[in-house]
Design a binder for this molecule. Structure first.
Ligand code: MV4
Length: 666
């Protein structure tokens, strides 16, 4: 029995683990960095211990500090969550040596999965299907080249030490082999200080299907079915679902049993995930095993009715598995989407700043929200910018999908760019809705999914018009002398006060300037948006007391919130955030300006000649931040005066990198 659990993590997963521990009567200890002193996970835990400064290596990744916190609070067990120390065999051993239960597998099982080629040899022995290939120690380029010929092109070179797509290279023909091998080895050496390579036949359009397994200390194992995580972008999962669409009962059982053979082969205990590539012909191949609870575990919980964290705690305490295989069944269908602070219109650049509003949809038996943030929190550069996971269940795939779309439409976020519209386009895409997914889904449908110039809808214009009108009255009221009790600005109902002038407003919606004309009479705002032409006009009236508006005579939900430079409105199932521009700045010339680093990172490449003229959107500089590359582009046609940084420089977010002068625009 575990009496006190320390959660060596932050954010949504720390909160999620605390919830189960509480329900089971287990006391909880949170740990936190200086950036998280007021975070939700700290508020939810029974007690909390400061680890250190914000950077993860000085806090959540610091083995000695985490262990010290556990000893000081007399915790019996540590749950590592995912990421951070969750797959660190050294940390796992250190817990055991300190007499603290590590909620996870034995260190030896983590180590067995550390090298892809060693893992493949173990899996071969255990008769787990592998992609035809080569995973031996002999690395002579001539020998590797012969293996490539034997396997047949296209092949995939993978770094044995790699993971999550790093150090992978596709080779299409014999002529490209040597240069691709050299490049892959260089990349692997840089990233992992280890350039051992393995070769595989390239599977052209696979699905990513992973099996949830669970093993206890008595040697029992079960699988809790599969998740399809094919919809990914640059190896980041975007949507996950369970069960995998179209998977037959026979294939499910075959994959489940193969996954259990994999787990038993390495003496596994606890929750684990065995990842497979699933080919179009139903062949499946072992990819890797993740020796932790995964981000997407809630879809498995939704379809199995089990609490995987409760299972983890039971097994870690030495109890047998709560269920036998025959007692487990799939109920309905579930989806998870990851809601991120990022800008889909700008290469998914992580967004940082204040989360002015975070109001998820109401939770129910079929809608679940796992989050670790609240309105007013800062999303910083230090950690993953995930805001929440939204998980929806239905009796079948179509019902689950409809609930997911509705819940995304109700989700309110303001203050930061986010991916909600992008997620809605993904889940409403025709092939996705039909269950036709593959790992190439996002790139195959990129133009459809990334409509940077998304049309503003009349509903959104109506909402902005209502917001602007309300804001103007508020400003006038604030400016009016308080003593003047008879001023109309102090009357109760904003919308019926005497403001009746026609007004021109300019707003900036994600970089696009839009003019709106409003006119008010008897509490109704008539609006007109010239860029939308004839269809861009209508009327809106806020209904007092409730978050409702009449839009062209129809009642709709309405909410708005002020942000640092403007506002955000939520009308029916649409949301739009905008800057309010000073009235005289709607158009006209731009002059000297600079391009700033969007966040802390490293400058990778300078792409233009100083002094040269560039076109709008031309790439000027590439930087790497949060393990991703980001391109800074010219905001307009103009001249790059000079670079204020060099390749390889470490730069702070907000620092000026390019001295840029845009051309006059009339
Ligand atoms: C592959 C593959 C095709 N053929 N192996 C990417 C991450 C790493 N875990 C394995 N990956 C792949 N291995 C062979 N032999 C295609 C991928 C792959 C991929 C796999 C799962 C989910 C998304 C992916 C995106 C691109 C490539």
């Amino acid at each position: 029995m575990i009496r006190k659990l320390l959660i060596a993590n932050r954010g949504e997963i720390a909160c999620r683990i605390i919830k189960t521990a509480r329900r089971l009567g287990v006391a909880t200890v949170a740990v936190y960095s200086d950036a998280d002193a007021d975070a939700l996970h700290v508020q939810l835990a029974d007690e909390a211990v400061r680890l250190g400064p914000a950077p993860a290596r000085d806090s959540y990744l610091d083995v000695a500090r985490v262990l010290d916190a556990a000893k000081r609070t007399n915790a019996d067990a540590i749950h590592p969550g995912y990421g951070f120390l969750s797959e660190n065999a050294g940390f796992c051993r250190a817990c055991q040596e300190a007499g603290i239960i590590f909620v996870g597998p034995p260190a030896s099982a983590i180590e067995a999965m550390g090298s892809k080629s060693a893992a493949k040899r173990i899996m071969e022995e255990a008769k787990v299907p592998l992609v035809p290939g080569y995973h031996g120690e002999e690395q002579d380029p001539a020998v590797l080249e012969e293996h490539a010929q034997r396997i047949g092109y296209p092949i995939l070179l993978k770094a044995a030490a790699g993971g999550g797509g790093k150090g992978m290279r596709r080779v299409d023909s014999h002529g490209e082999f040597r240069s691709a091998l050299d490049a892959a080895k260089r990349e692997a050496m840089n990233a992992f200080s280890d350039d051992l390579m393995l070769l595989e036949r390239y599977v052209v359009s696979p699905r990513h299907v992973e099996i949830q397994v669970f093993c206890d200390q008595q040697g029992n194992g079960v699988y809790l079915f599969e998740r399809d995580c094919s919809v990914q972008r640059r190896h980041q999962k975007v949507v996950e679902e369970a069960p995998a669409p179209g998977l037959s009962e026979e294939l499910r059982a075959e994959m489940g049993e193969a996954a259990l053979r994999a787990a038993h082969a390495i003496g596994y205990q606890g929750a684990g995930t065995v990842e497979f590539l699933l080919d179009a012909d139903g062949s499946f191949y072992f990819m890797e095993m993740n020796t932790r609870l995964q981000v997407e575990h809630p879809v498995t919980e939704m379809i199995s009715g089990q609490d995987l964290v409760a299972w983890q705690l039971a097994v870690a305490a030495g109890e047998p598995l709560p269920k036998r295989q025959e007692e487990l069944a799939i109920d309905g269908h579930a989806f998870e989407v990851r809601i991120y602070a990022e800008d889909p219109d700008n290469d998914f650049l992580p967004a940082t700043g204040t989360l002015v509003r975070h109001r998820p949809p109401e939770e129910s038996a079929s809608v679940r929200v796992d989050t670790g943030v609240q309105s007013g929190d800062e999303i910083s550069v230090h950690y993953d910018p995930m805001i929440a996971k939204l998980i929806c269940h239905g009796r079948n795939r179509r019902e689950a999908l409809a609930r997911l779309d509705r819940a995304l439409g109700q989700y309110q976020i303001a203050g930061l760019r986010h991916n909600i519209d992008f997620l809605r386009r993904v889940i409403n895409q025709e092939d996705f809705a039909a269950g036709r997914v593959s790992t190439h889904f996002i790139e195959d449908h990129e133009s459809e999914l990334l409509q940077a110039e998304r049309a503003l809808t009349p509903l959104e214009c109506a909402g902005i018009a209502a917001y602007l009108h309300e804001r103007e009255i508020r400003d006038l009221r604030a400016a009016a002398p308080v003593a003047d009790r008879h001023s109309p600005w102090h009357a109760g109902d904003n919308w019926r006060s005497g403001l009746s002038a026609r007004r021109r407003h300019n707003v900036d919606i994600h970089g696009r300037h839009v003019e709106l004309v409003t006119e008010v009479s008897d509490g109704t705002v008539s609006w007109h948006c010239p860029v939308l032409g004839d269809t861009g006009r209508g009327e809106i009236r806020l209904l007092p007391g409730r978050e409702l508006a009449l839009v062209d005579g129809r009642r709709m939900s309405f909410a708005s919130v002020d942000t640092a430079e403007g506002g955000a409105v939520f009308v029916a199932d649409r949301q739009v955030e905008f800057r309010v521009l000073p009235p005289d700045l709607g158009e006209g010339g731009q002059h000297a300006e600079g391009l700033e680093a969007p966040m802390n990172g490293t400058v990778i490449a300078l792409l233009a000649e100083p002094g040269s003229r560039v076109e709008e959107n031309q790439p000027l500089l590439v930087m790497e931040a949060m393990k991703m590359e980001h391109t800074l582009r010219a905001p307009a046609a103009g001249v790059v005066q000079q670079y204020l940084c060099a390749e390889g420089d470490l730069v702070d977010g907000g620092s000026l990198l390019v001295d840029f002068e845009s051309e006059e625009q009339s």
